[in-house]
Design a binder for this molecule. Structure first.
Ligand SMILES: [Zn+2]
Length: 118
């Protein structure tokens, strides 16, 4: 008797549309609610991050350029974790920060933040 591999025997070949949605390319469910806590995240990745002012913004050393004066402001109060570098590195939200820091695309950055795969 010949054993046929279970998968090929019972499952139809996935269509291309389904194949494109393999788990590794899908965003985690409700990922926006599952992003790391802003204060903890930024303290881990921004050197010399000070206390947030009343407006929720704190200053620290920008990891995107050779920073010796705290040029980076991050918003520890908002929902998106906005940041801006006053030395010209740009601005964005928490996901954009992580993309740039780790050199990841959007989906991989979200997965990394939510699932901690890196
Ligand atoms: Zn910078």
């Amino acid at each position: 008797m010949t054993r046929v591999p279970h998968d090929t025997a019972t499952r139809p070949r996935p269509s291309r549309a389904i194949a494109l949605q393999t788990p590794s390319r899908r965003l985690p469910g409700r990922w926006r609610q599952r992003l790391p806590e802003l204060d903890a995240y930024y303290r881990q990745h921004v050197s010399s991050l000070g206390r947030a002012g009343d407006d929720g913004w704190a200053q620290g050393l920008c990891p995107f350029h050779d920073d010796h004066t705290p040029s980076l402001s991050v918003n520890l109060d908002g929902r998106r974790g906005g940041w801006i570098c006053f030395a010209g590195c740009g601005k964005g939200d928490l996901v954009a920060f992580h993309m740039r820091l780790k050199g990841l695309g959007f989906r991989d950055a979200v997965r990394d933040l939510v699932e901690g795969t890196r």
